[in-house]
Design a protein around this ligand. Structure first.
Ligand SMILES: [Cu+2]
Length: 403
């Protein structure tokens, strides 16, 4: 199957010079159809089996009997999504019972700079940002997403929520062409931080993901975060850090190539991607997006939740000069967190969270602790922390002096 789809996309990509938009659509549609021939059947099967005993039992095991929920009577709220590293307004402890959280995302294909040298990529951006915005709800809530594929786009897109259950994470039910929109509702059965990403079929899946088409959702336990021993944990601020690996093709002179429209880089990109060596590993879409003047901020005594997403590749977040007081490394916020961690591991295709209370002021570096990636490829952010220095925690007893 993949051989056939490869040829389809490659041929169409080559022809795209003549009529790129039309060809792109044909290519994407052909690939999507092939990849989803099975998926659509799976989606139909899973819906038909929704009332089966096994499914009901599985849901009851979670203590959330979906069969007892009358969706038509649930309260609805609209959640205004914000660009990362922002996090939408939310309650840390749920008020009342399950609700429907309505969110809307417009997909925009746009050329963006990804470093200070003017290197560009055609980003496929949920709601216009790389990564896509963080969505927040509580376990047992429903997410009702209206997904729009902007009419100015060239490609077919969809969304696979790792937080959801069935139909390839919703991917099989959300494939839309430019100018189309679709509405998906799913119940957040599992608590945790979860990746979402585009998965339109075949080679388009990794191609879209490494063009920025990913984000995360945080499903909080209804009672909020705890230390696993019954003590509630709260945060004063939260930041969403989306880590992105890019594979920008180079020309014969070794310079990064620039492409006039989306999809022109398809064949070159796949060649670069096959090497598994990223040209860039950045936070929030471009090198420096969260560093220097763009640093995250906090105050001494504040507790900050860092939600870290990597849709494609392993990462190892580390706060230089600080720690992870409580870390949900694999993302399940209902699990007992690890404590006092120096560096945590984010598996490719997942999001995790770390909670830290700052005890010293200053500028902290938040990096992926492969320091080659942090310093040479862009995976570095800053946290500027205001407050009073505490000599009892650290003191320069003697400044640099000639021996
Ligand atoms: Cu896409």
């Amino acid at each position: 199957m993949s051989d056939v789809s490869n040829k389809t996309v490659r041929a169409s990509a080559a022809d795209a010079l003549e009529n790129p938009k039309r060809r792109a659509l044909l290519a994407a549609t052909a690939t999507g159809s092939l990849a989803f021939a099975g998926a659509t059947m799976m989606a139909g099967t899973s819906q038909a089996a929704g009332t089966a005993t096994s499914t009901t039992d599985a849901v009851k095991l979670l203590g959330q009997a979906t069969a007892d929920v009358d969706i038509s009577t649930l309260p609805r709220i609209k959640q205004k999504l914000v660009p990362p590293p922002g996090v939408p307004e939310h309650d840390q402890v749920a008020k009342g019972g399950p609700k429907i959280v309505e969110v809307e995302m417009n997909i925009i294909e746009k050329k963006v700079e990804i470093d200070d040298n003017g290197t560009t990529i055609w980003a496929f951006a949920y709601e216009g940002s790389v990564p896509g915005p963080l969505i927040v709800c509580h376990q047992g809530d429903y997410i009702e997403l209206t997904l729009k594929n902007d009419p100015s786009n060239m490609l077919e897109h969809n969304i696979d929520f790792h937080a959801s259950t069935g139909a390839l994470g919703g991917g099989a039910l959300t494939l839309i062409l430019p100018g189309e929109q679709v509405k998906l509702r799913f119940r957040a059965l599992k608590a945790g931080t979860f990746t979402y990403h585009c998965a339109p079929g075949g080679e388009m899946i990794p191609y879209h993901v490494v063009h920025g088409m990913n984000g995360a959702i945080m499903v909080l336990p209804r009672d909020g975060l705890t230390d696993g021993n019954g003590t509630a944990l709260h945060y004063d601020r939260a930041y969403f850090i989306g880590e992105q690996d890019y594979y920008i093709p180079k020309d014969a002179q070794g310079n990064f190539k620039d492409y006039p429209t989306a999809l022109d880089d398809f064949s070159d990109s796949l060649d670069t991607m096959r090497g598994l060596v990223p040209s860039h590993v950045v936070f929030n879409g471009r090198a420096g997006a969260l560093a220097g003047d763009n640093a995250m901020t906090a105050k001494v005594g504040e507790t900050v939740l860092f939600i870290h997403n990597q849709a494609n590749r392993d990462s190892r977040p580390h706060l230089i000069g600080g720690h992870g007081d409580y870390v949900w490394e694999a993302g399940n916020l209902a699990d007992k967190p690890m404590t006092g961690i120096e560096t945590w591991f984010i598996r490719g295709g997942s999001a995790g969270a770390a909670l830290y209370t700052f005890v010293q002021p200053g500028t902290y570096a938040y990096v992926t602790h492969n320091l080659i990636e942090a310093v040479l490829l862009g995976g570095l952010a800053h946290v500027k922390v205001e407050g009073q220095w505490d000599n009892k925690v650290m003191e320069q007893v003697q400044p640099p002096t000639k021996m």
